[in-house]
Design a binder for this molecule. Structure first.
Ligand code: ADP
Ligand code: MG
Length: 315
């Protein structure tokens, strides 16, 4: 049995009348890349801030490495690396000096610190930017600096709060690969995001949050097995009448379908050859169609089935 790294029990956090966390329970084991997935405002950052004792909370308990976390738990804090949602670096210091500053909060020995700072620079691919002021860095490079500052001291637990927001695809991939490598090297990771694709890609276990509550938890596969959707069929097709859409809705294993005049979407649960059956109806009615594609369930479907709304927000 792996060790528990973080245990959150029945955590309640209110901001005035707003219940930001509503009896949240989380248990994170050593070696996991644990994903906290939820739309904006679901309580991810509040969870992280409570976890770090940066915020007081109304009810509940938090244990890290088997001990109660309090504002003065310096022995615990030393072993945590935090990459906050809002980039926090000093504009007066260059890239190297920033990493050295944060690493210096934990590591006194100069030679060791130099080695660790250089390692963090290489790890985040910032070799060519050591002397740069943060003001001169692109969004992606600034994120990488933020990460380098959080991990240089080699923490056992690394918490990243939405580290890929407003980041170009190249830096995003570098960040995601970097997180997996940190994990391979032994760190337990807590990763928050509202991008389901990223969470699917890197997380070993996922808690889905909505309105301060955990609405589902499991591995990527387990979460998808919780829902009835097994396949979503999309067909670009014009001019379907109600008789035809009715025939399609009545097919076996079809539990829902939508037609917007240009695209037909058919939601299926179980069964084989669903696509063939749908196309068969179109053919029988002599309807020509364009692009056809079938999608496996995503974490968005999980969110949709549980909450009745889409996880993905328009960006
Ligand atoms: P997330 O990180 O998932 O986007 P947050 O934890 O930031 O969510 O926010 C959860 C809820 O708490 C939101 O409704 C947000 O508006 C509210 N909230 C967050 N911080 C504060 C604050 N300092 N004061 C009042 N309300 C807040
Ligand atoms: Mg947040």
């Amino acid at each position: 049995m792996e060790n528990t790294v973080v245990k959150i029990s029945s955590l309640v956090k209110r901001y005035g009348d707003l219940v930001a966390l509503d009896h949240l329970d989380l248990e994170i084991k050593e070696g996991e890349i644990f994903g906290l997935l939820g739309p904006n405002g679901s309580g991810k950052t509040t969870t992280i801030n409570c976890l770090l004792s940066l915020l007081t909370f109304d009810k509940g308990e938090i244990e890290i490495f088997g001990k109660e976390m309090t504002p003065s738990s310096y022995d615990i804090k030393k072993q945590i690396g935090v990459i906050m949602q809002n980039v926090a670096v000093f504009e007066e210091l260059n890239v190297y000096e920033n990493i050295d500053y944060f690493c210096g909060l934990y590591i006194r020995d100069k030679a060791e610190r130099k080695r660790l700072v250089e390692e963090a620079i290489a790890f985040t691919g910032l070799e060519d930017f050591k002397k740069f002021s943060p003001k001169k860095l692109s969004g992606g490079l600034l994120r990488r600096l933020n990460i380098a500052c959080g991990i240089a001291h080699k923490p056992k637990l690394i918490i990243l709060d939405e580290p890929t927001v407003a980041v170009d695809p190249q830096s995003r991939n570098k960040i995601l690969e970097g997180i997996q490598e940190l994990n391979k090297n032994g760190a337990t990771i807590i990763y928050t995001s509202h991008y389901m694709e990223e969470v699917e890609q890197i997380c070993t276990r996922i808690a889905i949050m909505d309105k301060g509550k955990k609405i589902a938890e499991g591995t990527n596969d387990e979460l998808k097995r919780m829902i009835k959707n097994t396949e979503t069929i999309n067909i670009e097709v014009l001019g379907l009448d109600e008789k035809i859409t009715g025939e399609i809705s009545a097919l076996p294993h079809v539990y829902n379908s939508e037609y917007d005049g240009a695209k037909l979407t058919v939601y299926c649960s179980g069964g084989k050859h669903n696509l063939i059956r749908v196309l068969d109806v179109l053919q029988k009615n002599d309807i020509a169609f364009g692009r056809v594609y079938s999608e496996l369930p995503t974490l968005n479907d999980v969110f949709l089935e549980i909450t009745g709304k889409a996880l993905r927000d328009k960006e």
